[in-house]
Design a protein around this ligand. Structure first.
Ligand SMILES: [Zn+2]
Length: 580
């Protein structure tokens, strides 16, 4: 019995577990086996009906395109293959493109159908997807692409290959215009489709078990003469290798899309990229040094005095019971969608990030993630990121720039991961590239030192317009232990090193590295995490309110000046208390 999800079939055997499922039950479960969770293939019309608001679907006009550019014949003439595909699928091509709404928000959707010549990408498919992107561009409506394809259509030869370039160009235009793009990867998505529009989307969500790749398993196995792992190229494999943002069961796709679509909004005060590049964005500053009146680095607010012994402070900042980034997000944010991976080599568990909503305002959050037990800390690599982590952060920050979302970072790391693989994959370069990216990122950035701000691993999330630090957090060029080992040649001298380095938040405030210190309860923020989160939420809201109202050129100018001034301007070091 072959797999089908037609509601007319009475009993259908699951392709994976062979359980017989009543056809209507399977249809009600969106084509997902109630026994084993296998996501059976569904048709493009079924997919659209599952995802879009009822009655909202308006098909986009189908352009007339050449049908058989090569006059191709194999065992059957290509026009005959097309005719049969049309007859059996009831579709005229391998993709359906529509406008509509999801939870009331406008969207353009392209849904591929594997039944039609394996969902292959030919001239008609490429042209339809490109035109759908044009509609998304003109209407500033997010583009959602549901993929199912074996790759480029051989019968259209080089013309099929060129559709990869054409669709990729269309996606590039949406990037420039700040229009959100999302891919839903369904099984299978291969070759020319995987290597063009499918993987160029801002957010890539895969169905469980869906396979995606360039070269298929069989070809690779024949070439290398080895058997590949069972999970090769599955959604789970792709997530572990940093190539997709998340895996979501079919029943959750509509609600995930509804939440993602809220990121598409025109936000006043944040001009287009082109204006930033050309320097034509509004600049109210008239070249004057007005930081003192704007609360910039020269007008530092005062914070609470340092009350504790420096070493005690270090212990508190590192406390295993201190709230983690994910806990702050769960407490403070109206919502948070975690995205994964650097789209290159891995998903670093030491850095988490994704779009969130703070007091009704969409933001992009990126932060180090610790844990409260040894097991949690091991799972998070002790919050010591690899290059994959910094590249994930960079990817999310670029997406924030594209969608004009302010960035909020959480800093809580002993430092970057010290290891062979991290070096092989360019740890130093990954950190440096984040510093450069953040220096010119054309959206407001607020950084929060929530615990331990360790060295370059911390700074890679710390080039910000505002720095907010919790009272017993620390920020340092090197760990006190590392400093003691090098300069004292004795790690037990770490407390002396901590005092000498002046790594406490109050000192950072005096140095101009930090702009605001959030007071903590006597036993530290871990004693009352809800209070800490509430104080942070208020501080972030005030900072963002001010920053989003500023012209982007002014923001970038002051961000640059801020880091130029540190250690140069208004630093007056005395022997007792450090800089005044
Ligand atoms: Zn099953």
């Amino acid at each position: 019995m072959t797999q089908t999800t037609s509601a007319t079939a009475d009993w259908i055997a699951c392709h994976r577990c062979r359980t017989l499922v009543y056809g209507k039950r399977l249809a009600r479960d969106l084509g997902v086996c109630p026994d084993c969770g296998h996501h059976a293939p569904i048709t493009a019309p079924q997919r659209l009906a599952q995802l879009l608001d009822e009655g909202s679907i308006v098909p986009l006009p189908s352009p007339v395109t050449p049908e058989d550019p090569l006059g191709f014949v194999d065992t059957v003439p290509y026009p005959e293959r097309l005719r049969r595909a049309r007859e059996s699928s009831g579709l005229d091509e391998a993709v359906i493109c529509v406008k509509g709404t999801i939870a009331g928000r406008p969207v353009v959707v392209t849904a591929m159908d594997f039944r039609f010549l394996g969902g292959s990408l030919g001239i008609a498919v490429g042209e339809r997807i490109t035109r759908a992107a044009d509609v998304a561009l003109a209407e500033r409506a997010p583009l959602v692409m549901i993929t199912a394809s074996g790759g480029a259509r051989m019968q259209e030869g080089i013309f099929a290959l060129m559709q990869m370039a054409k669709t990729s160009g269309a996606l590039a235009e949406l990037d420039e215009a700040g229009v959100l793009t999302v891919t839903i990867v369904t099984d299978p998505t291969y070759a020319g489709v995987a290597a063009s529009f499918a993987t160029l989307a801002d957010v890539i969500i895969a169905e469980p078990g869906a396979r995606m790749g360039f070269t298929g398993r069989r070809v690779i196995e024949q070439t290398i003469g080895q058997r590949l792992p069972d999970d090769f190229q599955t959604a789970e494999f792709l997530l572990a290798h940093g190539l997709v943002d998340d895996i979501r069961p079919r029943a959750e796709l509509r609600s995930v899309l509804a939440r993602l679509l809220t990121l598409q909004a025109d936000r006043p005060g944040l001009p287009d990229w082109e204006d930033v590049r050309d320097g034509t964005a509004r600049d109210h500053a008239d070249g004057q040094d007005d930081r003192a009146t704007r609360g910039g680095p020269a007008a530092r607010p005062t914070g609470p005095p340092s009350r504790r012994d420096p070493w005690e402070n270090v212990q508190r900042a590192r406390g295993i019971d201190r709230p983690t980034t994910l806990e702050y997000l769960a407490t403070m944010m109206d919502s948070f969608i975690e995205l994964h991976g650097d789209r290159m080599s891995g998903d670093c568990p030491a850095i988490v990030g994704g779009p969130a909503v703070l007091d009704g305002r969409p933001v992009m959050v990126v932060g180090h993630q610790k844990g409260h037990s040894t097991a949690e800390l091991i799972a998070r690599d002790f919050a010591m990121p690899t290059p994959d982590g910094y590249r994930k952060a960079a990817r999310l920050m670029r997406l924030a720039a594209k969608l004009r979302l302010p960035v909020v970072t959480f800093i809580d790391t002993p430092g970057a991961h010290p290891g062979l693989e991290a070096e092989e994959r360019g740890q130093a370069i990954a950190i440096a590239e984040n510093l450069r990216l953040m220096a010119r990122l054309p959206v407001p950035i607020v950084a929060v030192v929530s615990g331990e701000g360790g060295s370059g691993g911390a700074l890679a999330l710390g080039v910000a317009d505002r720095m907010i630090a919790f009272e017993s957090s620390i920020y340092s060029v090197i760990s006190p232990e590392g400093c003691a080992a090098i300069l004292w040649r004795d790690r037990t001298m770490a407390p002396s090193a901590a005092a000498a380095l002046r790594i406490d938040a109050a000192s950072q405030l005096r140095f101009g590295v930090v702009d605001e210190v959030i007071p903590e309860p006597d036993k530290g923020v871990q004693d009352d995490p809800m209070l800490g989160a509430e104080r942070l939420r208020k501080a972030l809201t005030v900072a963002l309110d001010e920053l989003v109202a500023r012209p982007v050129q002014e923001l970038l100018r002051d961000r640059r000046r801020r880091f130029r001034d540190i250690g140069i301007a208004s630093v007056d070091v005395d022997q007792e208390g450090g800089a005044k």
